[in-house]
Design a binder for this molecule. Structure first.
Ligand SMILES: [Zn+2]
Length: 283
């Protein structure tokens, strides 16, 4: 296995042991020098779960925790679960299942409450929420923002970070202020699928060279991700599992050593309280 002489964290990807490459994708990541993973549960409907109550999300979370345990055995560092409710669920509930937006909101918030139990028990490290990245009605938008704000409150209670799936933006001050109003510091809000620059939350930068160059030169805290979806029906929809270690190697060659330390050691510590150095096997 390649050793890049630094922890290498992919801050947001999915692993699907049933339909996708599963642990094989983790082996690819580890072989190229990847050491740590934050694995986000797949959207509930991808697992065939059509929730009626918050407890119905438990099957989705349990499946994720199982695969993360297996992934942890493969990497030299650790894999941790991030659990939550995909913001796209609101559209499925309202458009396909006839829910009123307020009822969709209540169900999604109940799912977040269950996810927060896992964090409180130490079985997961962060929550996942957000709002649709596509146009929706005002009622659905409001319901989605309510779910996100509820998640910030649960994150504050559980003392954990919140990853967000949102519209593309470089300026999310208002969202950061909602988090702080709920008791969650803005740096513990992570915008997944981010560009290289972001005002408000901490960006989890999609690992393309242009975005990474902007993030590296900003001097600001950032994380790196692929959003690998592990979906055989969508090959190439996102970056593959080897991308973060490959880009770290490239950043080191370009002399961005400080940025590598920021993305893989100091920012994970600051955002999640995770110590990526201490959790390396060290062999
Ligand atoms: Zn994702």
């Amino acid at each position: 296995m390649t050793d890049l002489d630094t922890p290498v964290l992919d801050n947001h990807l999915h692993i699907d042991p049933d339909n996708g490459r599963g642990i094989e994708a983790v082996q690819d990541f580890a072989r190229l020098g990847g050491t740590h993973l934050l694995v986000v549960n797949k959207p509930s409907w991808h697992l065939g779960v059509e929730p009626e109550v918050g407890e119905d999300f438990r099957a989705v979370f349990e499946r994720t925790i199982e695969v993360v345990d297996r992934a942890s055995e493969v990497v030299d560092g650790t894999a941790w679960p991030v659990l939550g409710v995909h913001p796209g669920l609101v559209t499925r509930l309202v458009d396909d299942r006839g829910f009123a937006p307020e009822d969709a909101r209540d169900l999604m918030q109940a799912g977040i409450d269950v996810a927060a139990e896992y964090v409180a028990d130490g079985a997961a490290v962060a929550l996942k929420s957000g709002r649709p990245h596509y146009d929706v009605s005002e009622a659905v938008w409001d319901a989605s923002n309510d779910v996100m704000r509820h998640t910030f409150a649960r994150g504050a209670d559980a003392d954990c970070a919140v990853q967000l799936h949102t519209e593309a933006s470089e300026e999310m001050t208002a969202v950061a202020e909602w988090a702080e109003a709920a008791g969650l510091p803005r740096h513990r809000v992570v915008k997944h699928y981010a560009g290289g620059r972001l005002v408000g939350p901490t960006p989890s930068v999609m690992s393309e060279k242009e975005r990474l160059t902007v993030a590296a030169e900003s001097g600001e805290p950032f994380l790196m991700e692929t959003d690998f979806v592990d979906d055989p029906d969508r090959p190439g929809a996102v970056l593959g599992p080897k991308t973060v270690p490959r880009r770290v190697r490239w950043m080191l060659e370009e002399g961005y050593d400080d940025a590598v330390e920021r993305a893989h050691v100091t920012t994970p510590g600051r955002v999640y309280g995770l110590d990526t150095v201490a959790t390396l096997d060290g062999d």
